[in-house]
Design a protein around this ligand. Structure first.
Ligand SMILES: Cc1cc2nc3c(=O)[nH]c(=O)nc-3n(C[C@H](O)[C@H](O)[C@H](O)COP(=O)(O)O)c2cc1C
Length: 211
């Protein structure tokens, strides 16, 4: 079996971390880079990652996570947020960066810039939030796979109260809306979920081949 598939089978949604163990700074840097390298629609990266490494703060987050203890025990809690920014500024910022990084001429950039402005002008704030949230899910998948390959344990979580996280972490003043949480760490030796068999559909049920 390939190493990738072995890694994906090794990972599971951890319910109990060993609170005494850290994944280490090198791994944290890898996760930050992986988040930043995530592909996003138009390349606009309308998301931000908040990395929490503070057991007291984490304990406060547990009560806003339907008492899911893994948030308190994790080595680090990754909070994926949508940025509340003016989309026009984000588009302009993106193209300024394209120009700076690639030296692309205005002649080439302008039609794309105008196309993107037109596309977003037709979207409501709610549509843009939903679109941004989709980008956070891509980042979550990316982070989970990187965790699996790097033997970092994790638990993807939608089960939390955004307003509570916002209050504890001061996200409002950073213009961030938390949308997903990924505690990462080292699984506790007695996390019984580690030995559970994976429950998945048969490949023939989840995949259709058209040849
Ligand atoms: C977007 C998303 C949200 C999830 N939310 C939670 C959660 O709040 N708490 C939890 O314990 N597991 C959560 N899970 C874990 C899933 O229940 C789990 O991934 C699924 O049952 C498959 O099991 P496995 O990941 O152990 O293979 C979530 C998973 C995903 C992908």
């Amino acid at each position: 079996m390939s190493n990738t598939i072995k890694s994906l089978e090794w990972r599971y949604a951890v319910k109990k971390f060993d609170a005494s163990k850290s994944i280490g700074e090198e791994n944290v840097e890898k996760l930050k880079k992986s988040f930043n390298l995530t592909a996003t629609s138009y390349g606009l990266q309308p998301i931000k990652l908040v990395v929490v490494e503070n057991k007291e703060v984490q304990e406060k987050l547990v009560s806003h996570s339907f008492n899911q203890a893994q948030v308190g025990q994790a080595s680090h809690v990754l909070v994926l947020c949508v940025e509340k920014s003016v989309i026009k500024d984000s588009v302009n910022g993106y193209f300024d960066k394209v120009k700076a990084v690639r030296g692309t001429s205005d002649e080439i950039i302008e039609p794309y810039r105008n196309m993107m402005h037109t596309s977003f002008d037709n979207k409501s704030e709610e549509d843009i939030f939903i679109w941004s949230k989709h980008q956070a899910y891509i980042a979550l998948g990316n982070l989970m796979t990187v965790c699996a390959i790097e033997k970092i344990d994790s638990c993807p979580m939608e089960g939390f109260i955004p307003e509570g996280y916002s209050e504890v972490l001061g996200l409002e003043k950073l213009n961030l809306i938390p949308v997903l949480v990924l505690p990462v760490g080292i699984r506790a030796e007695d996390d019984m979920f580690a030995s559970f068999k994976k429950v998945r559909k048969e490949i023939s049920e989840s995949v259709i081949d058209i040849k």
